[in-house]
Design a protein around this ligand. Structure first.
Ligand code: PLP
Length: 430
């Protein structure tokens, strides 16, 4: 495979952009090698600047649930472009977007549009702190909520660990206010609320973890967290930036029947444009400025082009049967990958939740904790990643990212992926 043009661009990029990229995981650091540079995308495919085609399971890290460059989204954007790109004054599309989100996600009675998932989660914890008057937030090992200071904190050992900054630049005084828990551990959560409940403003969680590979919640776990928050007067925040409109039309909260106080969104609601949102009960959201005193603002928030793309996307994902078909496709893919690994004698398993899936190189039959995920054979994943890339299949370039299915991945695309995997697993075994 010729990648000389991508190589030349990466050399150029490295002199101007830190690590050659504008977001770290794009640089292939964890899998090794160099990223390809994209020329264009269509349906399930990415095309690089050297003319290579890849079946894409990254989907721009989540937004492309109907495949790339969908004509409806493109036309919706084209329709509004002639009116201007940004006004800094209200538009009707923002109301329509709020109507759509509140209809699809009933726990959100009001919403505020922002420009990224990071902005949504930062704003959500400010709201939690402002509304409760408490200082601490709880997050989970392996969960990613964007790059806000309070979120770049990872647990040390033990369940009740106070925060240790994992990125230089996060002040210790702030990190100390982030309490971390192991995901899917019922007792650890109960114990933390028993000791620190009165200080906890909110608990934020990816209801299906998609940033430590793909870890589904155990039966009753999300409800357990709901009960603890209610009991201790803390707010439950579901970070549905990844799961929203993906694992079900109404997100993880609809799939698992658990109602959070605040939800955060991104990715799919922007249709590929830079968009985020957060929402919750009216009485909470009315504490946001200018209705209330908790300040949050944005020059480009509710941008008309972004709203048009997002609304077209929400129309597409609202089609009857849309999510069922994606779930079937994820199952076909993951069953096929598991069978191919078995044939080659490779220890491998998968998880699937709707249109999200996880790939684990391990002899454990099922993985649903962070500790299990980090114990998997990342070197094997990295070899598999490159063996698949060489065969024209682009998986997330890290063992700790979920894969994303789209409605453009039809049976023939999935068959081609499994055929490539059969060869890739054989290469690993040989
Ligand atoms: N929350 C979750 C669950 C995410 O997966 C991400 C990004 O991947 C974010 C928040 C941050 O979103 P953004 O990258 O748009 O700032």
């Amino acid at each position: 495979m010729d990648t000389s043009r991508s190589h030349a661009l990466f050399e150029r990029a490295r002199t101007l952009l830190p690590g050659g990229v504008n977001s770290p995981v794009r640089a292939f650091k964890s899998v090794g090698g160099e990223p390809f540079f994209v020329q264009r995308a269509d349906g399930p495919y990415l095309f690089d600047v050297d003319g290579n085609r890849y079946i894409d399971y990254v989907g721009s890290w989540g937004p492309m649930i109907v495949g790339h460059n969908h004509p409806n989204v493109r036309q919706a954007v084209k329709r509004v472009l002639g009116d201007g790109l940004s006004f800094g004054a209200p538009t009707e599309a923002e109301i329509t977007m709020a109507e759509r989100i509140t209809a699809l996600v009933p726990s959100c009675e009001m919403v505020r549009m922002v420009n990224s998932g990071t902005e949504a989660t930062l704003s959500a914890i400010r709201l939690a702190r402002g509304a409760t008057g408490r200082p601490c937030i709880v997050k989970f090992e392996g969960c990613y909520h964007g790059h806000g200071d309070s979120f770049l904190v990872k647990a040390g050992s033990g369940a009740l660990t106070f925060g240790v900054p994992t990125s230089p630049g996060v002040p210790k005084v702030l990190a100390d206010l982030t309490l971390t828990l192991p995901y899917n551990d019922f007792e650890a959560a109960t114990a933390l609320f028993e000791t620190s409940g009165a200080d906890i403003a909110g608990l934020i969680i990816e209801p299906v973890v998609g940033n430590a590979n793909c870890l589904p919640p155990r039966e009753g776990y999300l409800q357990h967290l709901r009960d603890l928050c209610t009991q201790h007067g803390a707010l439950l925040i579901f970070d549905e930036v990844m799961t929203g409109f993906r694992v079900a039309l109404g997100g993880a909260q609809a799939r698992y029947g658990v109602t959070p106080d605040i939800s955060t969104f991104g990715k799919i609601i922007g249709g590929g444009m830079p968009v985020g949102a957060y929402g919750g009960r009216r009485e909470l959201m009315e504490q946001i400025a200018p209705a209330g005193p908790i300040y949050q603002a944005g020059t480009l928030s509710g941008n008309p082009v972004a709203m048009a793309a997002g609304l077209a996307m929400l129309d597409l994902v609202s089609a009857p049967g849309f999510h069922d078909a994606l779930e079937t496709a994820s199952n076909t893919l993951c069953d096929g990958l598991e069978a191919a690994a078995r044939e080659a004698g490779i220890a491998f398993t998968t998880t699937r939740v709707g249109a999200m899936f996880g790939l684990f190189f391990t002899d454990q039959p099922y993985v649903d904790t962070y500790a299990q995920a980090v114990a998997c054979d990342t070197a094997a994943f990295n070899r598999f990643f490159h063996a698949m890339l060489a065969r024209g299949v682009f998986l997330a370039p890290s063992a700790f990212e979920a894969g994303f299915m789209s409605s453009a991945h039809d049976a023939s695309v999935i068959d081609a992926t499994i055929a490539a995997a059969r060869e890739a697993f054989a290469e690993l075994a040989g």
